[in-house]
Each structure stands twice: as C-alpha cells, then as structure tokens.
Ligand binder design. Structure first.
Ligand SMILES: *[C@@H]1O[C@H](CO)[C@@H](O)[C@H](O)[C@H]1NC(C)=O
Ligand SMILES: *[C@@H]1O[C@H](CO)[C@@H](O)[C@H](O)[C@H]1NC(C)=O
Ligand SMILES: *[C@@H]1O[C@H](CO)[C@@H](O)[C@H](O)[C@H]1NC(C)=O
Ligand SMILES: *[C@@H]1O[C@H](CO)[C@@H](O)[C@H](O)[C@H]1NC(C)=O
Ligand SMILES: *[C@@H]1O[C@H](CO)[C@@H](O)[C@H](O)[C@H]1NC(C)=O
Ligand SMILES: *[C@@H]1O[C@H](CO)[C@@H](O)[C@H](O)[C@H]1NC(C)=O
Ligand SMILES: *[C@@H]1O[C@H](CO)[C@@H](O)[C@H](O)[C@H]1NC(C)=O
Ligand SMILES: *[C@@H]1O[C@H](CO)[C@@H](O)[C@H](O)[C@H]1NC(C)=O
Ligand SMILES: *[C@@H]1O[C@H](CO)[C@@H](O)[C@H](O)[C@H]1NC(C)=O
Ligand SMILES: *[C@@H]1O[C@H](CO)[C@@H](O)[C@H](O)[C@H]1NC(C)=O
Ligand SMILES: *[C@@H]1O[C@H](CO)[C@@H](O)[C@H](O)[C@H]1NC(C)=O
Ligand SMILES: [Cu+2]
Length: 601
C-alpha cells in the first residue's frame, strides 16, 4: 500500500453504483493510463466489479431442488478430495466448471456430500488436493495470498462452527497444493473432529489465505450434520432428504457458455488489479441449481438454511402470508427449551445457519409457495439487486399419494421433540466483570474513493496476535463498525451470544473527540443512544453474527465448549485460531486476524 493515500471512510457506500467501464466515458476515471488502455483493449472479455455482463435469462423453477447425498462418518478415516469438475447448474445452462469436494472425481459435486456425525464419536477426515492450476478464477497477486512456489491451486478446509484443536481447524496458512507445496502452518491433512459439542449444522469450506473467495465461489463447500441421542426424536420425525431439507443459498453470475463470470478488473486496479470489495451474482443458486423447485406434502417439514454466498445477505420470506417459520436452532445449536421463535422472515448473513419448521398442513394440494429474498446488496445500503434476486425457489404442495397412512406428526409432537433436543445445553453465562476488547471494523479507500482494504482492530492479518483470551474465561468483544456496511463477523473455536448493540458517533470516534468506554448519557461518550437488545436474528448461540454499521455490537464470549463443559482437546496449541469477516472478499483483504487461546490461570 506504499504511496497510496489512505482515507478512512464513514458514510459513503463501499459499493458505488454500477459503472459501465465499457460504455460510459464518465466512469473511466482510472488514473493510471496503462490501466485505462488495458481496460479499453480488453473490454469484450473482461468484467469489472459490479458491472458484469448479465447472465443468460434462465427459466425459474424448472429444476428439482437437489439434496446432497449423506455420508455417515465412522471410526474409519474418510478421504475427502478437492477436484475440478463440470456440473449443470440449470437445465438451460451449459455445464459450469467448478471445484468441488468428493471421495472421487466422479462423486465430487457442489454442494458436496453432507457429512453425518454422531455426538461424542470422533471422526477423522483425510483431505486431498487433486486440483492442478491455473485457477479457474482470477487471482489477485497484490493482496496477501498463499502464493505456492510451484503454482497450482492451494486448498485448506475449515469446518465452520466446529470445536476442534487448531491443527484440524483449516488455518489459512495451513494450505497445501496437489504437488506438495504447503503453507507455513501446515502440519497434516488428517483432521480430527471430536464432535463433542452441541448437535447442530456445521459446514465445511475452503479457507486459504487470500483466495478463500475464489475457492468457495468455485464450489468448495458442503454441510456437516452433528446429531445426538437427544435430538434423535427430531431426526426420526424428519428424515434427511425427505422431510429434513437442507437449503444452501448462493448467488452467481454466468457467461452464456456456463462459466462463472467473476470480475477480473478490480475496483481500484492501480492498487489491486482484480480484487473487488464484494462479489454479487444476478442468479440465485440453491443446493447447486438456479431457482429450483421442491414438491412437499401437507405436513411439517424441517428446513436447514445456510447462507453459502460470498457477500450477499438473504432476508427470506414466504409468499403465502399464512405460513411462518418456527425457528428452533441457530449456528451453535438449539434455542433454549420453550424459546423457539415464530417469525415471518429469516435474516441470514454469509455463513449463518438457521433451522426452522414450516407446517404446510393447511395448504391445499396444488398450492405454490415461494421463498423470496428482500435483503439489499450490499447490506444494508443496496445497489445490486436485479429483480430476479428477490426470487429464491418454489415449493409446490402435492396431495398425499394414495395409500399413505403417516401424515406427519402434530405440531405438539414436534415441539415436544424440539424441547427434548434443546434441554441441557444452556449453561448460565454472566459477562459482568469480563475483559472488554475494543475492536474496530474499518474500510480504507484510495484517492478516487474506491475501497482497497478493510481491517479489524486497525491491524492486518500479518500483524502479531493481539487477542489472547484464556481458557475458561469470559470476554466481551466490542465490534466498533466504522464502515457503511454490515459485516458478518465470525469467531473460530467458540460460539458467542450477542449481548446488545448500541449506536455511536463514528465521526467523533475516528476524530478522537469522544470516548467509546464512557457510558451513554455521560459527558464525553461516543454513544448516541442506549444499548439495544439483540434483534431476533442475532439471538441464540452464534459463531457468526451481523455487526451493523453505526453501532457497537457486543459479543459475549466464553472460551470453553458451548455445551458448558471444558474442551475435550487442548485449545492452546499451535497454530491457533482466527476471527474474521465472512464476506469472503473482505476476509481475503485483510479483514481477518489470528487469535490464540492461553492456558487458564
Ligand atoms: C468407534 O469408536 C467408539 C469410540 O469413539 C467405540 O465406542 C466404538 O465401539 C467404535 N466402533 C467400531 C465399529 O470400532
Ligand atoms: C488419521 O489420524 C487418526 C488419529 O490419529 C488415525 O487413527 C488414522 O489412522 C489417521 N488416518 C490416516 C489416513 O492417516
Ligand atoms: C466462457 O466465456 C467467457 C466469456 O467469453 C470466456 O472468458 C471463457 O473462457 C469461456 N469459458 C470456456 C470454458 O470456454
Ligand atoms: C426482512 O424482511 C421483512 C419483510 O419480509 C422485513 O419486515 C424485515 O424488516 C426485514 N429484516 C431486515 C433486518 O431488514
Ligand atoms: C417472490 O417470488 C415470486 C416467484 O418468482 C415472484 O412472482 C414474486 O413477485 C416474489 N415476491 C416478492 C415480494 O418479491
Ligand atoms: C408421531 O405420531 C405417531 C402416530 O400418531 C405416534 O405414534 C408417535 O408417538 C408420534 N411421535 C412423536 C415423537 O410424538
Ligand atoms: C450482571 O449484569 C447484569 C446486567 O448489567 C445485571 O442485570 C446482573 O444483575 C449482573 N449480575 C451480577 C451477578 O452482578
Ligand atoms: C491505525 O494504525 C496506524 C499505524 O499502522 C496509525 O497510524 C493510525 O493512527 C491508526 N488508526 C487508528 C484509527 O487507530
Ligand atoms: C474450567 O472450568 C471448569 C468449571 O468451571 C473446571 O472444571 C475446569 O477445570 C476449568 N479448566 C481449566 C483448564 O481451568
Ligand atoms: C477513554 O476513557 C478511558 C477511561 O474511561 C481512558 O482510559 C482512555 O484513555 C480514554 N480514551 C481516549 C481516546 O480518550
Ligand atoms: C444501528 O443498527 C440499526 C439496525 O440494527 C440501524 O437501524 C441503525 O441505523 C444503526 N445506527 C446507526 C447510527 O447507524
Ligand atoms: Cu466485511
């Protein structure tokens, strides 16, 4: 960044309105002449941030919603490889080249097979890399990235939401390539998952430093279901793939030949030739099909949502106002007994999960329901919402086949199972007297007002570790958002709870004319209002939560297992953990920090 004038921005949207680099001379304000010439010369094949050629128009609701197959983890080590594949993502779209996990190249797919784990039965997964370079998406070599000596496509897999020892956590520098190059914190490809935590839905995805956005967008992602005896009742009522429906949301943009259209000219190309602040596609893909359709019968279904997008937030609602979501679990497990939430919309930021029951019992066969999306992109400012991104998928209600005798259980039966599943996981937590850490979220611009980097705590990924909590301790991390965007901030190893959020004066804070440690109402405070209880979508045990602009969001963190007991492994060993923004374009540049857990005193 030497020589670039850094300017902290406060109120300007990080995403400028789409600018037409190819047609609108007013937008051609790239200051470096070389870049200007390259842009003009290569306009036909290149695409610029937020100005991608529209995807081919695809007929909605023609493909069945795919259900990823389930693989049950056993005591034997499961081998999971990363492969380059071609996959049809819509009836009318030529196959798309993807990277995907599989046991072999022939069963590799996006999303990958769902791994089924049993609580307290440790599993071993041996990851292999079968992908030769060059990368199918453009790498930006000016941001900090793996940069393997002999080329290729580095991978490393993180099991998101898992309580694991850090050598199995998919540390961003623990990457490896097909031909044996590896990053500085690499020690093994044989990962151990203790599965000792609360039952919940996790997901496994790539986490390589500097190219996570490319590897995940290319398809390296799959679900991981951790089940226990305690939620067996629910598992029995809602068998996976039949009445338990995983929903992996994502947005992509396509060329007419089916390839992913990813910008290869950045927003501030003189600084970063490719990097863009956020990737948004105009096509909504669910479980690997664009705008799919699902047929249900009139009964209760369990839907397990994951936002697997790089940057797009989803706010999901149903087109039939009589239907509601009964939310039973979040990232870290079930809501406490009796605290399920009946809601009309689901706000889901990248990497967040929600587990809901929907009762279709009172719908007449032949009815059609849509899952719609209303979240502005970027969130909450908006600017990239082509109308088709408001449609997600279709659900058709079909009559029971003749001869059916089991019409599903009553909602009373369902809630009895929910309460049974959730009992016992909620150790009381008290954050009074905890250590508070004050951590800024900041975005920096070039002289033209284009974003070039985002930081946490004003530190880069490479700066020495500053967050050093102790085993068993509680801490409050105050996320001070100075940017115009909401950021889904994710912590590895532990689940936290959002304690509250509080509006503050971002300008005064940055100028140093007010103090963020002085309570609202007292002289010198930065706060402009009292703390506000977490929104309904911020409640429950979380490993990723929405940190709104203009607010300080407080994470109550306990450095022991979310199930209440101690970790069943040593969390203090190398290479340690990370916390970061889960907008993958931000995480890659440079909104990610290492953190390490110290022994209890
Ligand atoms: C698998 O390991 C568990 C302990 O984690 C043990 O109880 C069980 O017997 C093992 N099963 C087999 C088939 O070896
Ligand atoms: C992976 O590690 C586990 C535990 O250390 C071991 O039992 C297993 O054999 C290893 N698997 C491979 C393929 O190395
Ligand atoms: C698909 O089309 C794009 C845009 O013309 C091109 O850059 C890309 O190389 C094509 N991909 C394949 C696999 O032909
Ligand atoms: C989500 O959408 C619903 C309408 O469907 C709206 O009432 C709600 O405010 C939205 N949530 C957020 C956080 O914007
Ligand atoms: C929801 O999606 C359906 C199907 O595409 C569409 O007809 C409807 O207008 C959408 N509703 C909203 C509120 O966006
Ligand atoms: C589900 O319904 C069946 C049939 O009425 C009943 O036998 C069973 O106990 C119910 N399951 C639960 C978990 O309530
Ligand atoms: C901890 O703080 C909360 C809210 O500030 C308060 O309601 C509660 O009484 C405190 N608990 C103890 C043990 O001091
Ligand atoms: C951020 O860190 C730089 C040094 O790296 C320092 O010059 C600057 O004042 C810091 N800004 C804030 C807001 O702390
Ligand atoms: C953490 O706390 C629990 C209970 O409070 C205790 O049993 C355990 O020994 C502690 N662990 C360490 C490493 O201090
Ligand atoms: C804010 O106030 C605290 C004490 O409440 C003090 O330690 C700190 O130095 C102050 N910070 C600034 C920037 O004035
Ligand atoms: C704080 O966040 C809320 C949403 O939770 C938002 O409505 C409000 O505008 C934010 N406050 C400021 C000062 O930006
Ligand atoms: Cu971010």
């Amino acid at each position: 960044m030497a020589g670039i004038q850094l300017k902290v921005i406060h109120r300007k949207a990080s995403l400028k309105q789409p600018k037409n680099m190819c047609g609108n001379t007013n937008a051609l304000r790239v200051t470096i002449a070389v870049w200007l010439l390259q842009v003009i010369a290569t306009c036909a094949q290149n695409s610029v941030c937020q100005n991608l050629a529209a995807s081919p128009t695809l007929t909605m609701f023609v493909d069945q919603l795919p259900i990823p197959p389930a693989i049950h983890l056993t005591n034997a080590t499961l081998s999971v490889g990363a492969f380059k594949i071609n996959q049809k993502l819509h009836r009318d779209l030529p196959p798309t080249t993807l990277y995907a996990y599989g046991q072999t190249i022939s069963d590799a797919m996006y999303p990958a097979a769902t791994l089924e784990a049993r609580r307290n039965q440790p599993a071993h997964v041996y990851y292999t890399n079968n992908i030769a370079g060059p990368h199918i998406l453009p790498i930006d070599r000016t941001i900090h990235w793996a940069n393997p000596l002999h080329g290729g496509v580095p991978i490393v897999t993180h099991l998101h939401g898992a309580e694991v020892q850090s050598y199995s956590d998919g540390h961003p520098d623990a990457w490896f390539t097909q031909n044996g190059d590896h990053g500085p914190t690499y020690t093994t490809q044989n990962y151990t998952y203790p599965n000792a935590q609360n039952p919940t839905m996790l997901w496994y995805h790539d986490h390589v430093v500097g190219i996570t956005r490319l590897n995940v967008l290319a398809g390296l992602a799959g679900l991981y279901m951790l089940r226990s005896d305690q939620d067996q009742c629910l598992t029995d009522l809602f068998p996976y793939g039949q009445f338990e429906i995983p929903i992996v949301l994502k947005d992509l943009q396509f060329w007419s030949n089916g390839s992913i259209n990813f910008p290869n000219i950045g927003d501030s190309p003189a600084t970063h030739p490719q990097w863009c602040p956020e990737y948004f596609g105009d096509t909504i893909v669910v479980n690997g099909k664009a705008w799919p359709t699902l047929t249900v019968h009139p009964r209760c279904y369990r839907f397990r949502f994951l936002n697997g997008a790089n940057a797009r937030f989803f706010n999901i609602s149903m087109s039939n106002p009589r239907l509601s979501f009964t939310k039973i679990a979040t990232d870290g497990g079930y809501l406490p007994p009796g605290q399920s939430q009946v809601v009309k919309s689901l706000m889901i930021a990248p990497a967040e999960r929600v587990d809901v029951i929907i009762d279709f019992k009172n719908l007449t066969p032949g009815s059609v329901v849509y899952f719609n999306n209303s979240a502005p992109a970027p969130f909450p400012g908006g600017g990239f919402n082509p109308p088709q991104t408001n449609s997600v998928m279709q659900i058709k209600v079909a009559a029971w086949p003749s001869g059916t005798t089991n019409f599903g259980n009553s909602s009373t039966d369902v809630m009895r199972c929910v309460n049974q599943a959730s009992s016992g996981y909620f150790p009381s937590r008290d954050f009074n007297g905890s250590l508070h850490r004050y951590l800024t979220l900041q975005e920096f611009d070039d002289a033209n007002g284009s974003p070039i980097v985002s930081l946490l705590g004003n530190k880069t990924w490479n700066d020495p570790v500053t967050e050093l909590p102790r085993v068993n301790s509680t801490e409050v991390w105050e996320m001070i958002n100075l940017t115009p965007d909401a950021h889904p901030i994710h912590t590895h190893l532990i689940h936290f709870q959002v304690l509250n959020q509080q509006p503050f004066d971002t300008t005064g804070f940055s100028a140093g004319t007010c103090n963020i440690t002085i309570p609202f109402g007292q002289s010198g405070t930065c706060f402009t209002g009292p703390p506000i209880a977490p929104a309904i979508y911020q409640t429950g045990l979380k490993d990723t939560a929405i940190v709104w602009p203009g607010n300080v969001t407080r994470y109550g963190m306990t450095f022991r297992s979310a199930s209440g007991g101690p970790f069943v492994f040593d969390p203090t060993t190398e290479p340690g953990y990370v916390w970061h923004c889960h907008i993958l374009d931000h995480e890659d540049n440079d909104m990610m920090r290492p953190y390490k857990v110290l022994p209890a005193v």
